[in-house]
Ligand binder design. Structure first.
Ligand code: EPZ
Length: 418
């Protein structure tokens, strides 16, 4: 079994360019089904979730391959309309193929994605959006959708990222115009809009709560470069806050990190947000301060995906921090592992009270979800002694070579077989 061996006590120094965003490349790969020609995607991260999405495209009849950070998809041979249960279980966000399959094939057959480590992951908003566009949806032993979308009004009862993206992709293949209201505003939705429009679609409003998609336009092939990963950046900033030092990150839009940077500023770090980079510095002799309350929320609120890494940094601080996780039922699975490292954290439902301790100590800990894994690596670099981190399969879903990134910044970390 692969484990990460991390030794704390060293400040992080240096700079690196953050890799492309998992949560942007996944919907964009699904969107390739809508193109009538070859698509070349640059700045794509090398992740197991990306491998899973490429596998789905191939199973649907596309040619798809990744060479380092460039992916080429030729969707002209796409014939399939079914995503297997095995594929849905391998990556629950495979539900994002529903919209483009209906737009391209006029039918789609998938199984329920099932819950994940974060708790139940319902898809009712996805299905209601598809129905609102005129497709028939039956939920008899799986999800079976028929009919090309007509378009119309899609009112989301909550700003779901995936449901917004599925509605956009389905609407591109609709015959009429579609208006999506109460849409999610995450930056990855803006990237998806830019990608679709680069192929000849006419989508507008991403980043606001109302997105309008003109249907009936055929999409060509093309080239596109994926945005940087703001959550990977937040994880690296959290590691720097935990270990101390000075780190500069390029390749990510500082506006996407405003809430995270604000928290670390309140915690006593020196932070800098420029057009070309973000930077965080903390003197190891100056402890972090607790931050009153961190409440996760849909963008532009504090990102739920940054909750675990930021908590890992603030576990060793002066004072208390109250976290309120409003997005998922079970997003504190990293807490017992942080407690094994000496943290003092109490959780009650969606609330976690972090009472800062002077320093954490190394321990054997296990990641049980993607961002919890990033959090434990960050905590280990600020801890006294060595940490052995297992559960790397979770980490490799969304971080390309996390140990390499941290080593570039001076961390004492290596991946070992145990
Ligand atoms: C996306 O998941 C991200 N994944 C998640 O990142 C991220 O945590 C989440 O958005 C919130 O920002 C990808 O983009 C691949 P949602 P998604 O639909 O689309 C409820 C990571 O670590 N909901 O906005 O699944 C849902 O239960 C991952 O990279 C319904 O009730 O998130 C949740 O409570 C983890 N019905 C809330 O909405 C639905 O039909 C937000 O979910 C859909 C969602």
């Amino acid at each position: 079994m692969s484990v990460m061996y991390l030794r704390g006590g060293r400040p992080l120094e240096g700079e690196l360019t953050v890799h492309g965003a998992k949560n942007s490349v996944l919907p964009i790969l699904a969107a390739c089904l809508l193109a009538r020609g070859t698509v070349t995607l640059r700045n794509c991260p090398r992740l197991t979730d990306v491998d899973a999405a490429l596998g789905i495209l191939r199973r649907l009849g596309c040619r798809a391959q990744q060479e380092r950070h460039t992916i080429t998809v030729d969707p002209t041979g796409a014939l399939g309309s079914t995503i297997s249960e095995e594929q849905m279980r391998a990556m629950r966000s495979s539900i994002i193929f529903l919209g483009p399959l209906l737009a391209r094939m006029g039918e789609a057959h998938l199984t329920y994605p099932g819950g994940c480590e974060l708790g139940p992951r319902p898809i009712d908003l996805h299905l209601s959006a598809i129905r609102a566009m005129g497709c028939e949806v039956s939920e008899d032993r799986g999800i079976h959708c028929q009919g090309r979308p007509l378009g119309g009004e899609v009112q989301l009862s909550m700003p779901s990222v995936g449901a917004t993206e599925n509605a956009m992709l389905c609407a591109v293949g609709a015959s009429k115009i579609t208006t999506i209201t109460n849409a999610a505003r995450e930056p990855e939705i803006g990237d998806l809009q830019n990608f679709l429009n680069s192929l000849g679609a006419h989508v507008r409003g991403a980043g606001s709560s109302t997105i309008i998609v003109e249907g009936g336009r055929e999409l060509s092939g093309g080239e596109f470069s994926v945005m940087g990963d703001r959550i990977v950046a937040a994880t690296l900033l959290s590691a720097t806050a935990a270990a101390g030092g000075r780190v500069r990150l390029r390749g990510v839009d500082w506006r996407h990190l405003a809430t995270v940077m604000s928290v670390f500023h309140q915690a006593g770090c020196r932070v800098e947000s420029k057009l070309e980079h973000v930077e965080l510095e903390r003197d190891r002799e100056t402890p972090l301060k607790g931050v009153p309350t961190i409440r996760t929320a849909p963008y532009p609120g504090f990102p739920t995906d940054a909750q675990a890494p930021v908590m890992a940094a603030l576990a060793a601080s002066q004072g208390c921090t109250l976290f309120v996780e409003t997005m998922f039922d079970s997003r504190y699975r990293h807490v017992p592992e942080l407690i094994r490292m000496g943290a003092d954290i109490t959780t009650e439902g969606r609330v976690a009270l972090v009472r800062g301790v002077e320093r954490l100590h190394g321990a054997r800990v296990e990641a049980s979800d993607l961002r919890g894994g990033g959090a434990l690596a960050a905590a280990a670099l600020g801890a006294e002694g060595a940490t052995v981190l297992s559960g790397l399969n979770h980490i490799d879903r969304g971080y390309e070579g996390l140990e390499d990134m941290l080593r570039t910044l001076g961390a004492d970390v290596e991946r070992r077989e145990e």
